[in-house]
Design a protein around this ligand. Structure first.
Ligand code: NAD
Length: 500
């Protein structure tokens, strides 16, 4: 390990070597120049990490052409056994290079090391999972249509076929993970892809690109074009030769993707924002609920799509919960992700930190009671204290908007009417995640049934897993990732009838 100025923490030699490389675009297994350059920064220190090439419409055109040629050529001709073997080989390379992938996400995104390590391990598991799923892609046999069956023996069956060329557009908040969540099922389905990482966090996906080349994937199967959203991203979303866009990001950008996709009516999957409810009932086990509610909001410094940031707590346990949360956040260490003791990292950028601080100031001005935090630390990087407001009302921006920062808004309730509690929880256009905290499992399941959200947990929060479908109701998105539904998103069904 050698020391570099990441708050005095060391990085592995392979990470240091990677940062010193030239970072180009990956098109047809060649690293090529773009139309410009951007710099990537360590958000914990503000230091520049690396320059990387960016592309626009011209580079997207080249990448889409490469993906189309691979889809109609060598990739389409591989047997499922060969496709499976390539994906397992990629998983083993990722496993061997886990330190590099983990440190790049820490440096580029600012996330604490324990989260980056977890997401890298999950990404390896995800590639293995979808590699194993390839052999289980199956159609069905169905009774033939009556008018044909009346005249002759016949056979009707379905084939599952890849959608084609998929454009994958991902955000900055969990860079490798959001990329693999799309890439692994897309490749398993037999699609070829053009990936557009976030301009804030290009590095781990670029490292992954070399691993894909090293694993032996044919040229053009995976292409990576970094660039600005309004430029490369928009060109990909609107491209007439792209068959599908899978997008993860904000709801506002998701709406633009839908409009851009109308030209050729490409398929669209959307994993968008959230403002998830956390309901704490009077019989909740506070030994579980205190850390659980804190993590629901502050995990990944709140830059987490499934963050539970609207807390509805029964008045009987409000004070005890607040006391517990104050103690929990007082013990949370803010610091560089390379420091193993760090529990919370910085905001991704100056602009994002200013937005989060605006919400904090707004909540104070609007009469919410500040219980903890509320300050930006006086040090390099954009570290904002874990912040807790209580006495919040449904109309306050801290209760309605996805802040994407370490800001918890608490509202109390006195009723035990589950319909009334669910109505509070559902008073949002989003529906991504949520959790219910109670010792009464009957209450828990009845409440879960009433909450309009794609993913609800009982006595835990955000319990995502490789094989568990995840996605949103309402304006949190279209479709599901993870599990079998994640694979189905890249498959078309073809029904075939044969007169025998
Ligand atoms: P964003 O919408 O600003 O950007 C996401 C991606 O879209 C980036 O790669 C960006 O360059 C690109 N983009 C921007 N404008 C575009 C356009 N006009 N056309 C095409 N592409 C464009 O989101 P962000 O700030 O990077 O990420 C944070 C958001 O992502 C939050 O809202 C969060 O909730 C959401 N998110 C959702 C999930 C989920 O699974 N539902 C997971 C992670 C993040």
């Amino acid at each position: 390990m050698s020391a570099l100025p990441f708050d005095g923490h060391a990085i592995a030699p392979e990470t240091e070597a990677f940062l010193k490389q030239k970072h180009c675009l990956l098109i047809a297994n060649e690293w090529v120049d773009g139309s410009g350059e951007m710099a990537s920064k360590d958000p914990a220190t503000g230091l520049e990490l690396a320059c990387f090439a960016i592309g626009g419409a011209a580079q997207i055109d080249r990448a889409v052409a490469a993906a189309r040629a691979a889809f109609e050529g060598p990739w389409g001709r591989l047997t499922v056994a060969e496709r499976t073997a390539l994906m397992f080989r990629l998983a083993r390379i990722m496993e061997a290079k886990a330190t590099l992938l983990t440190q790049l996400d820490i440096l580029d995104n600012g996330m604490p090391g324990f989260i980056a390590g977890l997401t890298t391990a999950n990404c390896v598991e995800m590639v293995d999972y979808y590699a194993g799923a390839i052999m289980r892609i199956e159609g069905t046999t169905i009774a033939p249509p009556r008018h044909i069956a009346a005249a002759t023996e016949a056979l009707t069956y379905t084939l599952r076929e890849p959608v084609g060329v998929a454009g994958l557009i991902v955000p900055w908040n969990v860079p490798l993970s959001t990329a693999i969540l799309k890439l692994a099922p897309a490749l398993a389905a037999g699609c070829t892809v053009v990936m557009k990482p976030s301009e804030e966090t290009p590095l781990s996906v670029l490292a992954l690109g070399q691993m894909i080349v090293d694993a032996g994937f044919p040229a053009g199967v995976v292409n990576i074009v970094n660039g600005l959203g309004a430029d490369a991203g928009a060109a990909l979303a609107a491209h007439p030769d792209v068959d599908k866009i899978s997008f993860t990001g904000s709801t506002a950008t998701g709406k633009k993707i839908v409009v851009a996709a109308t030209g050729n009516l490409k398929k669209v999957s959307l994993e968008l924002g959230g403002k998830s409810p956390v309901v704490v009932m009077p019989d909740a086990d506070l030994a579980l609920a205190v850390p659980g509610v804190a993590l629901a909001t502050f995990f990944l410094q709140g830059q987490n799509c499934m963050a539970g940031t609207r807390i509805f707590v029964h008045e009987a346990v409000h004070d005890a919960l607040i006391e517990g949360l104050k103690g929990f956040v007082a013990a949370m260490k803010l610091g560089h992700g390379l420091d193993p003791a760090s529990f919370q990292g910085p905001m991704i950028s100056d602009a994002h930190a200013a937005k989060v601080m605006g919400y904090i100031e707004g909540a104070k001005a609007n009469g919410a009671t500040l219980v903890a935090g509320g300050q930006k630390l006086d040090r390099p990087g954009n570290f904002i204290e874990p912040t807790i407001f209580t006495d919040c009302t449904p109309d306050m921006a801290v209760m309605t908007d996805e802040i994407f920062g370490p800001v918890m808004a608490i509202q109390t309730f006195a009723t035990m009417d589950l319909d009334a509690i669910a109505a509070m929880a559902n008073a949002t256009p989003f529906g991504l995640s949520g959790s219910v905290w109670t010792r009464d499992l009957s209450t828990a399941h009845r409440l879960v049934k009433r909450i309009r959200s794609g993913h609800v947990s009982i006595n835990c929060h955000g319990a995502v897993g490789t094989n568990i479908p995840f996605g949103g109701f309402g304006q949190s998105g279209w479709g599901r990732e993870f599990g079998q539904e994640g694979l189905d998103a890249y498959l078309e069904t073809k029904a075939v009838t044969a007169r025998l």
